[in-house]
Design a protein around this ligand. Structure first.
Ligand SMILES: [Fe+2]
Length: 498
């Protein structure tokens, strides 16, 4: 029994034969041929075809005229235009005139068959929704279905983009649950991480369990098979331990062939079962989220390695110069205290945390004879020391994700009045985090012993900071420093001590 008939219209007998051979290879379809446009129109009038493939350039009646006339006779008839590369503009015009698709010469077999199969598939889908004789209504239902699909794709796309912007895994777990609930319209969602025989729920809506023993639950099957499962009535909800009253959808998150977490979805808001489309949507979403988590983990490992390497570098510099031991650590701690008083953002504090530690990293490029010199520095030696912010900046520059840390390294010897180095920036043009670091750095330098002088007292250092407020230092930052525990002299036992 034939499923239907495809008409091929072309004035070239070879093309007719080849297309006929290719298309009749599609199971159940018969092919018919017409030798030109006029012959084609006659055949469309007298037969009920399922698809028409037509050439554009033909004697007597062109493919474009055939298209218009055939559309008038049978508006629902899918027509595919066959065109050479040079007439692609015509193909576009044909699409505007209602052609369903176009294929280019020379033919690619898979393009011909996939076009035919897609049209047949659409026709079948249409048939599924068809109410006999009510073509308009069928199209309406088909469009509604397509619209729903488009909405789902748009939602999936926007959630993917959103996930790409989250670098913190805790936040990702929360967003996964929130998005999955929205995407599948379910009331109960949970995401948990597998930990030796149990699952620790990281985020959930509509369900509260924190640690679930896995033994004997349906999650065990999901983990061993590394495949999603939809459990229904008769099985037990692994989160609550009570029998299910609605389908329970579990999706394993697999990284390096290991299930590390499970997303579970249940209690659909319309009470129905999960459709094929919804399953596909959820699995696509889960794949995307898994990738994001994996990337974050890789990033974290890389970031931590990098930080440890840079810290080791700073430690090696400080080991050369016994006077500066733990200088970077103290400066960072003082700067963070000032940042607290000044209510800086977490992001700024993170930059200070790391950049403060690295601010003198450029000293690795300064010779020992200069760095550790006990006597007065010559002009040349002074110039060499003054290079360390630029050397440090050159070390960090290739690592693109530390722009604020770079500022701390490059500008930590700038002065508020513009007389510092290397850029001679003044006032607000020096970033606030840098102005903070400068105060912390100078306080620690004054209160530490140097090869060429003994440590100054706390009281002396404070007086010096006050005296240089609004010249060397931002006065507001100095005032904030005076409110910190170190600025108040608490490290010395009492505020008045020096
Ligand atoms: Fe420095």
């Amino acid at each position: 029994m034939t499923e239907g008939t495809i008409l091929i219209v072309d004035d070239d007998p070879v093309v007719r034969d080849v297309l006929s051979d290719i298309l009749s290879g599609i199971t159940g379809y018969r092919t018919d041929v017409a030798i030109d446009g006029l012959d084609g129109i006659e055949k469309v009038k007298n037969n009920d075809y399922d698809i028409v493939f037509t050439d554009l350039t033909m004697p007597r009646l062109t493919g474009m005229d055939l298209l218009k006339e055939a559309k008038r006779i049978n508006p629902g008839l899918p027509i595919v235009i066959i065109t050479g590369f040079t007439t692609i503009d015509n193909a576009i015009t044909a699409m505007k005139e209602g052609a369903r698709d176009f294929i280019t010469k020379p033919f690619k077999v898979d393009k011909v068959t996939s076009t035919a199969q897609r049209i047949i598939g659409e026709k079948k889908l249409l048939g599924k929704f068809a109410i006999k004789g009510n073509y308009e209504a069928s199209i309406g239902r088909l469009n509604a279905e397509l619209f729903k699909k488009l909405q789902e794709i748009a939602l999936l796309q926007s959630t993917s983009t959103e996930l790409d912007e989250i670098y913190d895994n805790r936040e990702i777990y929360e967003r996964i649950v929130e998005m999955a609930s929205k995407l599948l319209m379910v009331h109960e969602v949970s995401f948990g991480i597998i930990e030796s025989g149990s699952m620790r729920i990281k985020s959930a809506v509509g369900t509260t369990s924190e640690v679930i023993p896995l033994g004997g639950t349906l999650f065990e099957k999901v983990i061993s098979q590394k495949k999603y499962s939809i459990a229904s009535f008769g099985e037990v909800n692994p989160l609550s331990g009570i029998p299910l009253t609605s389908p329970f959808f579990s999706i394993p998150f697999v990284i390096h062939d290991e299930v590390f977490g499970i997303l579970s979805l249940s209690n659909k808001s319309d009470g129905t079962a999960f459709t094929e489309d919804e399953i596909y949507l959820a699995l696509t979403f889960a794949k995307k989220a898994t990738l994001r988590i994996e990337n974050n983990a890789l990033y974290e490992v890389f970031y931590n390695n990098l930080i440890n390497t840079l810290k080791a570098l700073v430690t090696s510099i400080e080991a050369r110069d016994s006077y500066t031991k733990q200088h970077s650590e103290r400066v960072t701690s003082y700067a963070l205290q000032i940042a607290d008083v000044m209510n800086l953002s977490e992001e700024d504090k993170n930059s200070i945390q790391f950049g403060g530690y690295l601010h003198d990293i450029g000293k690795i490029g300064v010779r020992d004879t200069v760095l550790l010199k006990a006597g007065r520095l010559t002009k040349e030696e002074m110039a060499e020391i003054r290079l360390h912010p630029v050397i440090g900046d050159n070390i960090i520059k290739p690592i693109r994700f530390f722009p604020k840390e770079r500022e701390l390294i490059l500008y930590h010897h700038e002065r508020f009045d513009g007389t510092g180095y290397p850029a001679g920036l003044a006032g607000d043009r020096i970033p606030l985090c840098v102005r903070i670091l400068t105060v912390a750095d100078t306080y620690d330098a004054m209160t530490s012993s140097r090869p060429y002088r003994a440590a100054k007292t706390h009281a002396f250092a404070i007086e010096e900071l006050k005296r240089c407020s609004n010249s060397q230092f931002d006065g507001e930052v100095v005032r904030a420093f005076l409110q910190t525990s170190v600025g108040r002299g608490e490290a010395y036992g009492n505020a008045a001590a020096g």
